[in-house]
Design a protein around this ligand. Structure first.
Ligand SMILES: Cc1ncc(COP(=O)(O)O)c(C=O)c1O
Length: 397
């Protein structure tokens, strides 16, 4: 009866994490997961989150369901952290979702229900789960050229070559900041070029906003979206608060829509609700209660904001040290790592080299060469740099 059900491969990131857990070596190093780890290798809970949880514990009187669209104050926070300058003549609303994945999944539901012939354009490469999420709703996926590994930079010319094959009304997914997996974002000029391309080809932009606060700061990292809003472009934003509040297992995110047309907003948001109702009914409450408690308390908000900046400073410091040490040891220029943003960088190591790094040296990274820069610390840096040098030297023999 179930013969037609095929066994599917395990998710590559969770699969590697499993392998890492089972590895008995004491000097193993995990650079796979997309989570912030501190210099002791721990995934910390923000002090602001702990304090908010204490308040919640003493004040909570019910575990009732949230509305389908989630908590009202949390939704206000989600919108205000995008439309920070209160752009006029803009109608906006947001639905609380189970993580950024939930936000993308509601968006996928909206596209498949209302725009069945539209394609979704994803950057090549991108976070692998983007492919899973949009194909789960039978959306036709296409990819646009993004990152050229030979120059470690974006190639807008090739990107446009791909978008020439788009049709009006197709969707394009853009990473707001800290591109996963390359760590390479559009610079100011390139952002303007992308805006012009989106207008030229009549595309509908959706922003994946999973790392707000890991580049220049929480308020600064939405510059790319602002350019579009200031130009009157209607757009979607799928935000995740997993990383910037450290609330990975609370599953907290938001899907927002911005438009100049009030009726359009009403229709879109009613679709958000209907899709959410059928996919998961209503969102989990703990994450949004934490965020709304922090948002509503000036002192807690400041504390959270300082903690986020501290993480950022540590990552950027590690980027500089890692790039300098690699350049010295391997005698090749790795300075591009310093200019990249957020948790990730792609290392120019072959698949075979990545397997050897894992099997021989106990260093785990994704098969694509993606490393989590936050996983580097002064105590593991020399092991990592020496092992990479060893592998690259062998590859060049
Ligand atoms: C680019 C990108 N988008 C979305 C997400 C989803 O975040 P969440 O864990 O909140 O579902 C991630 C998580 O790793 C991500 O890297």
């Amino acid at each position: 009866m179930f013969k037609s059900i095929k066994t599917l491969p395990i998710d590559p990131i969770f699969g590697l994490m499993d392998l890492f857990k089972k590895d008995a070596r004491t000097n193993k190093i995990n650079l796979t997961a997309g989570v912030y780890v501190d210099d002791k290798g721990k995934i910390p809970i923000f002090e602001a989150v702990k304090q908010a949880e204490n308040i919640i514990l003493s004040q909570q009187t019910s575990k009732n369901y949230l509305p389908i669209c989630g908590d009202e104050i949390f939704r206000e926070f989600a919108l205000k952290s995008i439309n920070t300058t209160d752009i006029k003549a803009l109608y906006q609303d947001a639905i609380q979702t189970p993580g950024g994945t939930g936000a993308l999944s509601v968006l996928a539901g909206l596209i498949s229900k209302n725009f069945p012939s539209a394609s979704m354009w994803l950057s090549d490469p991108t976070w692998q789960n983007h492919h899973n999420i949009f194909s789960a709703d039978n959306i036709n996926i296409k990819t646009y050229y993004y990152f050229d590994p030979s120059t470690n930079s974006i190639n807008i010319g090739k990107l446009e070559n791909d978008l020439r094959h788009s049709k009006p009304g197709d969707f394009i997914l853009l990473h707001t900041s800290c591109h996963n997996p390359t760590g390479t974002d559009f610079n100011d000029i390139e952002q303007n070029e992308v805006l012009a391309l989106v207008n030229k080809y009549n595309l509908i932009p959706a922003f994946d906003n999973a790392y707000q606060g890991f580049d220049a700061g929480f308020s600064e990292d939405i510059k790319f979206i602002h350019k579009f809003l200031a130009n009157g472009v209607k757009l979607f934003v799928a935000s995740s608060y997993s990383k910037n509040f450290g609330l990975y297992n609370e599953r907290i995110g938001a899907l927002s829509f911005f438009t100049d047309n009030q009726n359009e907003l009403r229709s879109v948001v009613s679709n958000f609700s209907s899709i959410a109702r059928s996919k998961y009914s209503n969102p989990p409450a703990h994450g949004s209660t934490i965020i709304k408690t922090i948002y509503s308390d000036r002192k807690l908000f400041k504390l959270w904001s300082n903690e986020l900046s501290f993480m950022n400073t540590r990552i950027n410091g590690m980027r500089i040290t890692f790039a300098d040490e690699l350049t010295k040891k391997v005698k090749r220029d790795f300075s591009f790592i310093k200019n990249q943003k957020g948790l990730f960088s792609l290392l120019p190591i072959s698949r075979d080299g990545i397997t050897k790094l894992r099997d021989i040296h106990g260093i785990y990274l994704l098969d694509s060469g993606r490393i989590n820069v936050a996983g580097l610390s002064m105590s593991n840096l020399s092991q990592i740099v020496n092992s990479i040098q060893h592998i690259l030297q062998e590859e060049n023999l």
